[in-house]
Design a protein. Structure first.
Length: 259
């Protein structure tokens, strides 16, 4: 697009599209360098020669037209949704290949941001957590009894559903993880009391896995290796707080029960 034909509307549309795309990718658990690359690709494909982008886990910053247009967007929530990251990335590549227009990208991005992106239902996520808990218990524990297998699935599913619903009532993610860990440990202790042949260590090892921040730690290390020191340290701190919340919830109950 010719620079003389550009106006405030064009730059505002481009800023809104890039910032919303970046926000969605961060919410989906993307690495920071990927977010920056996607935003830069959209801006350059729209004909902006010098886009400037700065991304951290809590916000995205972008300026266009040599700094004459600048805007910031805060990110309040971060989850794991790699399908969302892939969808935004695919949109940016389709725009770069001129298969779609900027207005189509903006419309699709806004549709996703307003809840138009399909997600797995809670019941299916809960089943996934149950399967993951049971199978990872088998993977991590060398010695276990098969009676622990269904117990790990039940405890893992209960912990996930507790985390999911409690998180809707508080903005403190770590508190939700603490509560989920407490509920899982109480339930596991109850099952062990009813079935003494069960081993609580085996059950909790598998049940906690769906809430363990493995992807966050992986992305943090990748950001550090790419030179994004600030983003990497923030993500490491967030992952450590999650680990402390889960460990604290388990430790509180076991200490109270004298286990």
């Amino acid at each position: 697009m010719n620079a003389t034909k550009r106006g405030e509307t064009f730059y505002q549309d481009l800023l809104d599209t890039c910032l919303t795309a970046g926000e969605l990718m961060i919410e989906g658990g993307s690495e920071m360098y990927r977010v920056e690359d996607t935003m830069m690709r959209i801006a350059k494909s729209a004909g902006e020669p010098d886009p400037r982008v700065f991304v951290v886990p809590t916000g995205v910053f972008m300026s266009l037209d040599h700094g004459n247009y600048c805007q910031t967007l805060l990110v309040h929530e971060r989850n794991i949704n790699l399908e969302l990251v892939d969808r935004i990335n695919s949109l940016s590549r389709a725009f770069a290949e001129q298969k779609i227009t900027l207005q189509e990208v903006k419309r699709e991005v806004n549709n996703i941001a307003s809840g138009g992106f399909p997600t797995f239902p809670v019941w299916l996520q809960t089943i996934g957590a149950a399967i993951l808990s049971a199978t990872l218990m088998v993977m991590f524990m060398n010695n276990y009894d098969w009676i622990d297998f269904p117990a790990a699935a039940i405890v893992g599913a209960t912990g996930f559903i507790s985390f999911y619903y409690f998180k809707r009532f508080t903005n403190v993610k770590f508190l939700s993880e603490l509560v989920a860990a407490v509920i899982m440990t109480v339930l596991a202790a109850g099952l062990v009391h009813i079935f003494p042949q069960m081993i609580i260590d085996h059950i909790l090892t598998g049940a906690l896995m769906p809430l363990v921040p493995g992807l966050a730690l992986t992305n943090a290390l990748r950001d550090l290796f790419k030179g994004d020191i600030l983003s990497g340290m923030v993500k490491i701190c967030e992952a450590l707080l999650t680990a402390f919340a889960l460990g604290g919830g388990v430790g509180i109950v076991l200490k109270f029960l004298g286990a």
